[in-house]
Design a protein around this ligand. Structure first.
Ligand SMILES: NC(=O)c1ccc[n+]([C@@H]2O[C@H](COP(=O)([O-])OP(=O)(O)OC[C@H]3O[C@@H](n4cnc5c(N)ncnc54)[C@H](O)[C@@H]3O)[C@@H](O)[C@H]2O)c1
Length: 249
C-alpha cells in the first residue's frame, strides 16, 4: 500500500542512478519518495537513472529520468524544464550529487583537483538551487535538502577540500533558509556518517554503518509537511559518530 507522506509533491533528486559505486543514497531517496506519493524526477549522469525511475513506476509511483550533468547550467535548466513540463510544479529538491576524488595529502592537492571537488559538491548545489527556487516560490514554498557529510561537520583527516566543500553547504543552506523562508522555502542539511549497508562497525556508537535507507528516511521527514517548521538545520545521521570523530575514524 503506497504511503502519502509526500502526496501531491514533486521532487527532484540528483544522483539517483541504480548502479552507483557509492552508497546509493540518491536511489534510496528517490524510491522512498516514490513510495510515499511523490512524483520524482531522478537526475543522474548515468543512464541507469532510468532503472530507478522504472522501479518507482513498477511500484505504482510516478517518475521520470533526466540524464544530466548537474555541474552544467544548461543541463540543470533542462532538468527543471522537463520536470515542470511533466509534473507542473517543483516542491522538493534533494542535492545528493557529491563526493571526493582520491584526495589524500593536503600538500599534494592540485588546482585541478580542488576545482573538481568544489564543482562536484558546491557548484552542483548552487545551480540546482538557483534554478529550482523560482518554481518553488511559484508553488507556494518547498523543501531543499542538501546531503553533506560528517566530514563537513568535523573535518576528515586527508580530505581538506572535500571537508571544506561539505562544510560550505552549511552556510549556503542557512542563507537560502533566511532569504527564501518568507516564501515558504525550507533548507536543511543531512550529514551521513560512515556508510556501509548496516555492517557492524565500532566507530559509530550505535555499532553499525549507515544504510542508504537511514539517510532516505531522514530526507523523507525533512521533505514532508511533518517538518514544516524545521529550517536552517544540520542533521547528522551517523549513529552518534560525531561524538568520537575524528579521533576514532
Ligand atoms: N558514500 C559515503 O560514504 C558518504 C558518506 C557521507 C556523505 N556522502 C555524501 O553523500 C552523497 C551521496 O553519496 P553516495 O555514496 O550515496 O553517492 P553515489 O556514488 O552512490 O551516487 C552518486 C551519483 O551521482 C551521480 N553523479 C556524479 N556526478 C554527477 C553529475 N555531475 N551530474 C549528475 N549526476 C552525477 C553518479 O552517477 C552517481 O549515480 C554525496 O554528496 C557524498 O559526498 C557519502
Amino acid at each position: 500500500m503506497p504511503g502519502t507522506r509526500l502526496a501531491n509533491k514533486t521532487a527532484i533528486v540528483t544522483g539517483g542512478a541504480a548502479n552507483s559505486r557509492g552508497a546509493g543514497m540518491g536511489r534510496a531517496i528517490s524510491e522512498l519518495f516514490g513510495q510515499e506519493g511523490a512524483r520524482v524526477a531522478v537526475v543522474d549522469l548515468s543512464p541507469d537513472g532510468q532503472v530507478t525511475a522504472d522501479r518507482i513506476r513498477e511500484a505504482g509511483g510516478e517518475a521520470i529520468f533526466v540524464q544530466a550533468d548537474v555541474t552544467r547550467r544548461a543541463d540543470v535548466e533542462r532538468v527543471v524544464r522537463m520536470t515542470l513540463d511533466r509534473f507542473g510544479q517543483i516542491n522538493v529538491l534533494v542535492n545528493v550529487v557529491g563526493g571526493s576524488f582520491g584526495e589524500r595529502e593536503f600538500l599534494d592537492v592540485s588546482d585541478e583537483l580542488w576545482q573538481r571537488v568544489i564543482d562536484m559538491n558546491l557548484k552542483t548545489v548552487h545551480l540546482c538551487c538557483q534554478l529550482t527556487v523560482p518554481a518553488m516560490i511559484e508553488a507556494g514554498g518547498g523543501s531543499i535538502i542538501h546531503i553533506s557529510s560528517t566530514n563537513g561537520l568535523m573535518g576528515c583527516p586527508g580530505l581538506a577540500v572535500y571537508s571544506g566543500a561539505k562544510a560550505g553547504l552549511f552556510g549556503f543552506s542557512r542563507v537560502l533558509a533566511t532569504r527564501f523562508g518568507p516564501q515558504g522555502i525550507r533548507s536543511n542539511v543531512i550529514c551521513p556518517g560512515i556508510m556501509g549497508q548496516g555492517k557492524p562497525d565500532r566507530r559509530q556508537p550505535l555499532g553499525r554503518t549507515a544504510r542508504a535507507l537511514d539517510i532516505a528516511q531522514a530526507a523523507l521527514f525533512l521533505a514532508s509537511d511533518e517538518a514544516s517548521f524545521i529550517s536552517a538545520q544540520i542533521l547528522a545521521v551517523d549513529g552518534g559518530h560525531t561524538t568520537t570523530y575524528p579521533e576514532i575514524f
